[in-house]
Design a protein around this ligand. Structure first.
Ligand code: NAI
Ligand code: MG
Length: 370
């Protein structure tokens, strides 16, 4: 995965090449914060190296060049070990142009079919749910990231006429569902509770999601040590709110998990803390790591964006690259800073992005320096 580098003293250690794509809105603010913290962590750990290359692909790039990505972008990205992404979306460009032009234009061809979204109540923060303590809400949502409702199949004809037709066709392939379910059950198996909930809507969607359920049951047969249950997506929202402690790993379609994971982030305290990994589990292509949130036009440039989602994202990236100890320590430092009350406004605090970033760097330095 990494590019080994031989040091002066003859000891070789991993060096990870990261492509940074900050893009739009608060993306540059939070990715800048993430790179600062990652550099501090690498310097303090002193067991691996990180190099970053910044790419200006964004809505500003689109306005200048008429496209979000240069033609060789995927070949360029394939040379990196991982991609750290900010957010894409600009008030003067339709969202479907920006999303498909940049984020999906990377995820889909790079076969990042598993989208992993852990959520928990961080120490020192509060869930809006009465009585929900850290530990009561500790989930990982696995989102299908390559097909389903966002497969891109459909079209419009007779545009603007009273008889206009527009379709977005959900695509479910046995191959796509089977590989995603396998990844989700493996994730459930790796967590202490070994428990997974398969989210569906097979009462109303009687083709694709009936196959989804059947494949889930087949895959479950290969994981006898994992307890599983099935939940209709509408009922799932009530269970997430009323019985958060009854859930652990959750697997859902592209659309369902998109919605449920924003709900999950809010239930854990804020959209500003939630990370996401777009993984190619085969490791043929680099995976992409980003905060769940978007460009947040309303707070762009104000210096108050919560960088915690990007810090947790950075920890997920390190974990995927094999640096699990550094990943655990980074998240632990972030939680300690939250416990000290150094949090941004979305978490009820008064600190700025830079103040939270500096506090995390100081915590890393204090605890990890050897
Ligand atoms: P959003 O996530 O950008 O913002 C929703 C609300 O959460 C806003 O009030 C915002 O201020 C707040 N928020 C988000 N991140 C925050 C942070 N780190 N700290 C503090 N508060 C934060 O979602 P919205 O408004 O639906 O979308 C804005 C734009 O972002 C649109 O163009 C949309 O298409 C795009 N978008 C891009 C995504 C991506 O690149 N992966 C994901 C979601 C939206
Ligand atoms: Mg979303």
């Amino acid at each position: 995965m990494s590019s080994p580098e031989t040091r002066n003293n003859g000891v070789s250690r991993p060096r990870y090449k990261i492509a940074a794509i900050p893009a739009d809105g608060i993306g540059p603010e939070v990715v800048g914060a993430g790179v600062t913290v990652l550099n501090k962590l690498a310097a303090t750990q002193n067991t691996f190296d990180l190099t970053f290359e910044n790419f200006e692909w964004s809505s500003a790039y689109y306005k200048k060049h008429g496209k979000y990505l240069p033609d060789d972008a995927l070949d360029v990205l394939r040379k990196f070990d991982a991609i750290l992404f900010g957010a894409v979306g600009s008030p003067d460009i339709p969202d479907h142009i920006s999303l498909w032009g940049l984020r999906l234009a990377i995820c889909q061809p790079l076969q990042q079919y598993a989208n992993v979204r852990p959520t928990k109540v961080l120490r020192g923060t509060q869930s809006p749910l009465r009585g929900c303590q850290p530990g009561d809400l500790d989930w990982v949502i696995i989102r299908e990231n390559s097909e389903g409702e966002y497969a891109g199949h459909g079209g419009r004809s007779h545009v603007g006429k009273p008889w206009e037709v527009a379709t977005d066709v959900s695509i479910f392939t046995r191959h796509g569902v089977e590989r995603l379910m396998t990844f989700a059950f493996e994730t459930a198996r790796s967590r202490p509770r070994k428990q997974i909930t398969v989210v569906t809507k097979s009462n109303a969607q009687r083709n694709g999601l009936v196959m989804w359920d059947e494949v889930a049951a087949e895959v479950a047969g290969r994981f006898p040590d994992v307890t599983w249950d099935k939940m209709l997506v509408d009922a799932m929202t009530t269970r997430m709110v009323l019985k958060p402690e009854s859930l652990d790993t959750i697997v859902a379609t592209n659309l369902h998990a998109d919605i449920l994971s924003d709900l999950a982030a809010a239930l854990a305290g804020s959209i500003g803390i939630a990370p996401t990994s777009n993984l190619d589990p085969t490791r043929e292509n680099p995976s992409m790591f980003e905060p769940i949130h978007g460009s947040a036009f309303d707070i762009t440039g104000k210096g108050i964006a919560n960088p915690v989602a990007t810090f947790w994202t950075a920890a997920e990236m390190l974990s995927w690259l094999g640096e699990k100890k550094a990943a655990t320590e980074l998240l632990d430092c972030v939680e300690s800073v939250c416990e000290q009350g150094i949090v941004t406004a979305d978490l009820g605090g008064k600190s700025t992005t830079v103040e939270v970033t500096n506090a995390v760097c100081e915590e890393i330095e204090r605890r990890l320096k050897r």
